[in-house]
Design a protein around this ligand. Structure first.
Ligand code: F6R
Length: 607
């Protein structure tokens, strides 16, 4: 949450670059935006509430002098979105500028102390205590770096902090605890950001900054030190394979639509991950006493589907727990005999990181499935599987779900080889079937996109929807409902079709839309029964069915049709696609920007 970018270059204005970089980070927060630069011993700032384009139109964000600057796009935690709460924040004399992502838990106490000392505050944010504390430290003779180091000893909470000062206009200082920061380097310029796509058009050379470290960026150098003892850390530069064009819309009106279309390729890339990456993790799973999936949101829906994949191929049935509640459920019962499979596309979700750290402290083995190299989860996990979706910019997860499912499918097959629950031939057939999924998804997009657009024209103003499925398709029903509510704001509930008659059916009256996810698997007969129950109460039935399914076709008012031949373990990958498209066109039809749903951010780094 919140996007940070800072750059220091030898010459030329940095503001236009900062503005563009913030656009690439807008998925991290978009309720306000700000840029500060240094030129001729002065700070220059433009900031306000609103989306970047709106603020730029009003203020012209490009028109700031100087070749060093910081920028921020905000997702409000402390203080409403407003000009005054927008970052950057300053000390009393506007000599120090700070941007921050995270939450300073003890800010009230610190703020009171600073007010007593005579500091004046311009915002309600927790962030603003930081520049004022730096001001005090620098007044007593500390350098900017020492000042920030001392401040970190007194603040509690999670943070990524980037600061600069006119007293030392040749450097940017940054540090982190629990919130991401990555450094980018090319000749004569240094960058630091909360996410790689911000500087991707300029460089794909990245240096990780870890919790408890502080970095000094100059035009020629990046120096990383441990906060605890000041020792210098030599860290190699990593070349990342993501390209700048992957982080652009490429002719599509929205990132979300582009990312839906990229799914077949993203799966193909993920199917190319070397088998060794899975084998170690599979051994750990097989040796464990209990296996838990931990995840949130869409990643939780891949976990739900993953349970069925594992059960079918390996005989191991992992539990799935919401990461946000795991510690409350487990008390101290987790142990070194247990294994956690943490699924998080960003690798930064605080709920997931917190519960994984707790499990690790209790000795459990940690397997991470994430899309971001070097993200926080990768540094906690014993084994990491990096999915190959490339950068996902749309806030609503689409292609990252797909690659998580592809990775889980492979991990479950590898685990099956070790447990010998199935024959090799069975597992080989699974793998062959998995290889066919990307082309089938290409077909679905080609044929069903127009139908999704048409159905959105019919249903856009329905206030409420039920999404139902059975077995593995419950996960798809949940995901369909989540996508619809998060980007189109129609109320939607995902439910087990079996459970639907135990309560939700009370919602159904004439014309109420019920969406069934209904592949022709072992649940098919029972799903037909549930469709009948809904129909006889006047529901309008929209179904996602196999193309050969004439029974359900006949019972449905509208149907998305999925090519035959996809094994039930992989059906969520195919059956979710029309629902992603439906949500996308519903959002557009309702006049919302599908890439930037209100109140949401791409990585949720608060508890
Ligand atoms: C929904 C969505 C969120 C995320 C959730 C977990 O479209 O994107 O529900 O799935 O915030 O995020 P990660 O996977 O980054 O841990």
């Amino acid at each position: 949450m919140c996007g940070i970018i800072a750059v220091i270059q030898k010459k030329g204005q940095v503001a236009p670059f900062l503005h563009q970089a913030l656009k690439r980070l807008e998925y991290r927060g978009y309720d306000s935006v700000g840029i500060t630069t240094i030129s001729e011993d002065q700070l220059f700032t433009k900031k306000d509430k609103g989306k970047i384009d709106e603020v730029h139109k009003k203020l012209n964000l490009d028109n700031l002098p100087g070749s060093i600057g910081i920028g921020h796009t905000r997702w409000a935690t402390h203080g409403i979105p407003s000009l005054y709460n927008s970052h950057p924040h300053f000390d009393c004399y506007e000599k120090i500028a700070v941007v921050h992502n995270g939450v300073i838990d003890n800010f009230l106490e610190l703020r009171k102390k600073l007010l007593k000392k005579g500091h004046t505050f311009g915002s309600e944010t927790d962030t603003e205590v930081i520049p004022h504390m730096i001001e005090d430290e620098m007044k007593s003779g500390s350098s900017l770096k020492e000042a920030i180091k001392n401040v970190t000893e007194r603040i509690e909470g999670t943070y990524a902090i980037v600061a600069m000062s006119i007293h030392e206009p040749d450097k940017i200082i940054c540090t982190r605890n629990g919130n991401p920061l990555v450094i980018g380097k090319k000749e004569g310029t240094s960058y630091v950001s909360s996410d790689i796509p911000a500087f991707l058009p300029m460089t794909n050379s990245m240096i990780l900054l870890l919790d408890g470290e502080i970095a000094t960026l100059t035009t020629d150098d990046v120096r990383i030190e441990k906060l605890s003892d000041g020792s210098v850390i030599e860290r190699d530069t990593i070349k990342i394979s993501w390209t700048a064009s992957q982080a652009q819309k490429g002719g599509f009106p929205h990132f979300m639509l582009k990312e839906i279309h990229e799914q077949p390729d993203a799966i193909k890339q993920t199917l190319r991950i070397r088998p060794e990456m899975f084998v170690k993790a599979a051994n750990t799973i097989q040796e464990a006493n209990r296996v838990y999936f931990l995840a949130m949101g869409t990643s939780g829906h891949s976990a739900m589907a993953g349970r069925y994949m594992f059960a079918s191929s390996s005989g191991i049935v992992p539990s799935f727990e919401l990461a946000s509640d795991f510690t409350d459920i487990m008390y101290d019962s987790i142990s070194e005999d247990d294994c956690i499979i943490a699924i998080t596309q960003s690798g930064e979700t605080t709920d997931t990181i917190t519960s994984v750290k707790y499990a690790k402290e209790h000795g459990a083995k940690i397997i991470a499935i994430t899309n971001v190299v070097g993200s926080s989860i990768t540094r906690i996990a014993d084994h990491t599987i990096i999915t190959q979706a490339g950068p996902e910019i749309g806030v609503a997860a689409t292609k990252t779900l797909m690659v998580q499912l592809a990775a889980l499918a492979q991990l479950s097959i590898h685990t099956g080889q070790i447990t010998e629950f199935r024959t090799n031939e069975f597992l080989m057939r699974m793998r062959e079937n998995l290889e066919e999924v990307p082309d089938k998804i290409s077909n679905i997009i080609a044929i069903e996109e127009e139908k999704a657009r048409r159905l959105a024209r019919i249903y856009y103003n329905k206030p409420s929807f039920l999404f139902l499925g059975r077995g593995i398709s419950i996960s798809t029903a949940f995901e369909g409902a989540l996508k619809l509510k998060e980007i189109s704001y129609n109320h939607a509930e995902g439910y087990s079709a079996g459970e639907s008659k135990h309560g939700p059916i009370a919602l159904v009256e004439k014309g109420y839309p019920v969406i069934f996810v209904a592949p022709k698997d072992s649940t098919h007969g029972r799903i037909i029964g549930n469709v009948m129950e809904m129909k006889s109460r006047g529901a309008e039935i929209i179904s996602v069915i196999e193309e050969s399914d004439s029974d359900l076709l006949e019972l449905s008012d509208h149907a998305f049709q999925i090519p035959s031949g996809i094994r039930h373990e992989f059906s969520p990958m195919a059956y979710v696609v029309p629902l992603q498209l439906f949500s996308y066109y519903m959002a557009r039809r309702n006049g919302y920007d599908p890439d930037k749903p209100r109140n949401l951010a791409k990585s949720v780094t608060v508890l």
